[in-house]
Design a protein around this ligand. Structure first.
Ligand code: HEM
Length: 497
């Protein structure tokens, strides 16, 4: 339960480093029975130290990616790092300012102390108090490539009914950004490839009897577990799931390409098409926010472009035509003079194109601590937001998803009714904004500006993060306005359009 004393959570922040901007109420002294702090170590003194220009990060303020073993090395009172919700803080200088005392704080140093911290005082606004102490991000690969003898801490488990068998991996919660790829070798043989930050676990499974392809998969956006359910060809209860072998390989930057067949191609508006594609005997779940590269041979020339895969729907009533779990969906805008888009948007079911594996390094889970998600989408920048919206809708701790959907005019808008339908759900809000709307447009008009963003996303709040995607000019203006409103770089992520 939050208590009103040394530090309390409020959302207003003016970003100038004052106690109020840190969301703190100041009380010098020791009103409760907490450890008596030495003179000169009140919260006010701590804020003054933070504003003095001293480097409290100990790493010159250059964000690092910190592995668990590296974190463990900083476990001394004179060199103390602590990780909370994926962010590593240097708390060496905070030691003598900690109202719970040095010994208590020392219980959490050198490790991921999220649980301990939450058990003691989940209401403490540590992000504000330690905002000048950020060392960087906790590496996601955990101990796997640090201890190496074992393939992973991730174990495959299974459940069955007489109709189906469900396979899933336990322990995936600790590996944000995990990427699943399944390849069917025969009716009973499947290879699972789980890609982590720096390595791939390959699990070759020989089931004891035949199953249908593709499996249905269910994603839990809280635990990150994915269940793959295969229908058994013959109804039966199996004594075991069969044999499986595990191996591991390092990630190379090599792109892999595969042929995809067009399953359906549906115009969403004059210019934007929704494509459903499938590769033979292959299923992949590309992490949210990653992109793929599409290649086509056009008049003897190989042309390629990047696109972000989109969910098959945001609302069950809008499911893409002919979609099956092994399909990938793309939204593609036709630029009449474009090199590739006129050809892709003309493709008919049965025709093929070449597509790469998922690319990029965005890890959506690193923003999971923010209960409020703002999104600024310019034109087709919306496509990068849809996967984030789908995931956020499935997460309990997200209080608000606030999408600002910028377009030039009515002809360039797409996916509007689908977004509006989802916005009838309480926590999703969409505002369509047109810069050159016709006379009949009754919605918002304008472009990205300080005034508009101040009204629609507000000034910096520690609860929120902001994703931006759109054309270059849009991104530049958006970034400037967001910064003017006091938002910090660690709360923002820009996708390249
Ligand atoms: C993870 C290891 C930590 C432990 C075991 C711990 C323990 C404690 C304890 C026992 C108290 C006294 C609670 C009371 O008033 O009865 C306290 C207070 C406090 N701690 Fe921590 N702490 C930890 C980390 C941190 C960190 C990283 C921060 C950074 C901001 C922090 C900020 C505070 C504040 C502001 C209070 C006063 C809370 C209040 O008055 O409600 N603590 N801590």
């Amino acid at each position: 339960m939050p208590r009103c004393c040394g530090a309390s959570l409020v959302s207003a922040a003016d970003g100038n480093g004052s106690p109020q901007s840190l969301g703190l109420q100041i009380q010098d002294g020791n009103p409760q029975n907490k450890t008596a702090l030495a003179p000169g170590h009140s919260l006010m003194d701590w804020i003054r130290l933070g504003n003095s220009g001293v480097d409290l990060t100990g790493v010159g303020g250059v964000p690092q990616v910190v592995t668990l073993s590296e974190l463990a090395n900083h476990n001394k009172q004179t060199d103390a790092w602590i990780a909370i919700r994926g962010v590593v803080f240097n708390v060496t200088r905070y030691m003598d300012f900690h109202p719970g005392g040095v010994d208590e704080l020392m219980r959490g140093v050198g490790k991921d102390a999220t649980k301990l911290f939450d058990n003691v005082h989940s209401w403490v606004n540590y992000q504000s108090i330690l905002q000048k102490c950020i060392v960087g991000r906790l590496s996601l690969q955990k101990a796997v490539d640090e201890n190496s003898s074992n393939s992973s801490n991730v174990n495959m488990d299974w459940q069955q009914t007489s109709n189906s068998i469900t396979l899933f991996y336990q322990g995936v919660r600790d590996y944000p950004g995990i990427y699943y790829r399944l390849q069917r070798l025969s009716d009973s043989k499947i290879i699972f490839r789980l890609t982590f930050e720096k390595h791939i676990i390959i699990n070759e499974i020989e089931l004891i009897a035949d199953v249908e392809w593709p499996p249905i998969y269910k994603r839990d956006f809280e635990t990150m577990q994915v269940d793959f359910t295969f229908t058994k060809k013959l109804k039966d209860i199996w004594k075991s799931q069969g044999n499986h072998t595990l191996s591991q390989e390092s990630i190379t930057n090599k792109r892999t390409y595969r042929e995809y067949e067009i399953v359906s191609n549906t115009p969403l508006c004059n210019l934007v098409h929704f494509l459903v594609l499938r590769a033979k005997d292959f299923l992949e779940i590309i992490p949210v926010g990653r992109h793929i590269e599409v290649k086509m041979n056009i008049m003897g020339m190989e042309i390629s472009r990047s696109y972000t895969p989109v969910p098959s729907c945001l609302h069950p009533e809008d499911m893409a035509p002919n979609y099956k779990p092994d399909c990938i969906c793309l939204m593609i805008k036709r630029y009449p003079n474009g090199a590739l888009s006129p050809s892709i948007t003309k493709l008919q079911p049965g025709q093929t194109l070449i597509m790469s594996n998922g690319l990029g390094a965005f890890v959506t889970e690193s923003f999971d601590r923010y209960p409020v998600i703002h999104m600024l989408a310019g034109g087709t920048g919306l496509t990068a937001m849809l996967g984030i919206i789908q995931r956020a809708l499935g997460r309990r701790n997200v209080k608000l998803i606030n999408l600002l959907n910028f377009n030039k005019d009515e002809d360039n808008m797409f996916y509007v009714s689908q977004l509006d339908k989802v916005s009838s759900e309480k926590k999703f809000k969409v505002t369509h904004i047109l810069s050159q709307a016709g006379d009949k447009w009754e919605g918002r008009r304008g472009t990205v500006s300080d005034k508009l963003l101040k009204e629609l996303i507000g000034e910096c709040s520690p609860e929120g993060c902001i994703f931006t995607c759109g054309p270059k000019g849009f991104m530049l203006s958006a970034k400037k306005c967001i910064q003017t409103l006091g938002w910090k770089s660690h709360q923002m992520y820009d996708f390249d359009d």
